[in-house]
Design a protein around this ligand. Structure first.
Ligand SMILES: N=c1c2ncn([C@@H]3O[C@H](COP(=O)(O)OP(=O)(O)OP(=O)(O)O)[C@@H](O)[C@H]3O)c2ncn1[C@@H]1O[C@H](COP(=O)(O)O)[C@@H](O)[C@H]1O
Length: 102
């Protein structure tokens, strides 16, 4: 069990929690569109840190991105293992071959 799986378990439990009881529950209660918007905001913050070469902030923002990615996936009932499975499927294929297959 990875830390991402642990975090996913916590996030899934928040889907049925009182929105006033936690940040995650409140965000999930706002719906998948808001979760996606939040993910986009965090991704932009990571992009800015990367562009500036601010590695300390990029590490911090990347944690925000991963957390908000898991929340966005949970909001659409997509399991982390589905995403990891897709990555595993791509292992051994070149990026160019992957692009051509789409
Ligand atoms: N990893 C995280 C995590 N990363 C970021 N955040 C929250 O995400 C929010 C995003 O930051 P922002 O600055 O964009 O948010 P904000 O400015 O407070 O909110 P808005 O202005 O958008 O309304 C912050 O409130 C952070 O606390 C997180 N909240 C929770 N977790 C994990 O989720 C678990 C469950 O958290 P709760 O749901 O709070 O119990 C925690 O134990 C953590 O492991």
């Amino acid at each position: 069990m990875s830390i991402l799986h642990d975090l996913e378990t916590t996030i899934l439990a928040r889907k049925s929690a009182d929105p006033d009881s936690s940040w995650t529950a409140k965000l999930l209660a706002k719906g998948p569109e808001k979760c996606a918007e939040k993910f986009g905001e965090e991704a932009i913050e990571a992009i800015i840190a990367a562009a500036k070469g601010d590695c300390e902030n990029l590490t911090y923002e990347s944690a925000d991105v991963l957390y908000h990615l898991l929340v966005m996936l949970a909001a659409r009932d997509i399991a982390l293992d589905d995403v990891l499975g897709e990555l595993a499927r791509r292992q051994g294929t070149s990026g160019i071959a992957e692009k051509a297959a789409r």
